[in-house]
Design a protein around this ligand. Structure first.
Ligand code: SF4
Length: 316
């Protein structure tokens, strides 16, 4: 049997619960401080009106209804028996604590929901929310997912992210003091970044106390600022082969214990402007695996290259 190239998420969940566990994406109808003016307007240049989510809340579906529908589908498709509620759309720690308590409780009350995984921004995680999540984690699996996207502050400024790398470091430290596991999101192919910049983000992440990573391809969604940049030639998408090579090299720099939750983007076909190959998930995974095999790479192989970097701040 060949060794796995990286530590995959399904195996981690199966080991924990003894059965297939699937995440169900939930849109709780929240907003984002980078859209409503608290830290910025307009949002990240690649984000559309659905806030990187399903748009289910705008169709008046309750959290319970979204989870029930997701359960039925995923039980049929994957024979999953337990589920995690994945609060994905917008910023899922950005509401009064009473409202957050209510939405988390609603999700956990649905049968077979064994935990929460909560997507948010690193500049948006207050101590009272962390206290509540720590209390919930005594009975349930609770993860926080922080969008870092890049370890370069100049890139975060270009994409109008509205927070710094230092905010991410601070959020990680405070979250880990509570014992809550963290998944960091990064995006490859951001404007102004080359292969070296992206691999520096890998080196940076390798030194943070994170337990998982999601690697996204930057794809262009219609109606976004990025779509305008694409039309005028200001932004050019990565090719599949370039992406596969950078992901392979990225994984090689991560510690072997970090769980890899995602290796590609997952665009809605009707929203995608470019690149069209982003829709071909299986071919993209195959390209990554082939690159890693061809270069003898596996997660952790190049971890020694991370040694001389500082944990504390952006790489600018
Ligand atoms: S932080 Fe998330 S929801 Fe907010 S603008 Fe950026 S991508 Fe969209």
């Amino acid at each position: 049997m060949t060794e796995p190239l990286y530590r995959d998420y399904n195996s981690y969940l199966r080991q924990l619960f003894g059965c297939r566990v699937q995440k169900i994406t939930v849109d709780a109808g929240l907003t984002c401080p980078n859209r409503d003016g608290k830290v910025g307007f307009g949002g990240c240049i690649y984000c559309n009106q659905r806030g990187s989510g399903t748009g289910a809340a705008s169709r008046s579906l309750t959290i319970t209804e979204q989870l029930q529908t997701g359960k039925a589908y995923l039980a049929r498709r994957y024979k999953a028996r337990k589920f995690l509620a994945y609060f994905q759309s917008f910023t899922n720690t950005y509401a009064p604590l009473t409202e957050l308590k209510r939405i988390y409780a609603e999700a956990l009350a649905v049968p077979d929901i064994v935990g929460l995984t909560i997507g948010t921004r690193p500049d948006c995680i207050e101590e009272p929310v962390l206290s509540h999540l720590q209390a919930l984690s005594e009975q349930h699996l609770i993860w926080l997912e922080f969008g870092l996207q890049s370890a370069h502050n100049h890139t975060l400024a270009i994409i109008n992210r509205g927070h710094t790398v230092e905010a991410f470091v601070d959020a990680v430290e405070r979250t880990r003091r509570r014992g809550i596991p963290i998944c960091a999101h990064v995006i490859l192919g951001l404007p102004g970044e080359d292969r070296k910049d992206m691999l520096e983000t890998a080196r940076f992440l390798a030194l943070q106390d994170i337990q998982a990573v999601k690697i996204h391809l930057l794809y262009v969604i219609r109606g976004t600022q990025l779509a305008k940049w694409c039309q005028t030639g200001r932004y050019k998408c990565l090719e599949r082969a370039e992406y596969a090579a950078i992901v392979g090299d990225f994984l090689a720099m991560l510690p072997p214990n970090v769980i890899v939750q995602r290796l590609t983007g997952d665009p809605h076909p009707e929203e995608l402007a470019a690149p069209q190959w982003a829709l071909e998930k299986q071919q993209n995974l195959t390209a990554i695996h082939q690159y890693m095999h061809a270069h003898g790479l596996f997660q952790g192989k190049e971890q020694h290259l991370t040694k001389n970097h500082s944990r504390k701040c952006s790489l600018d």
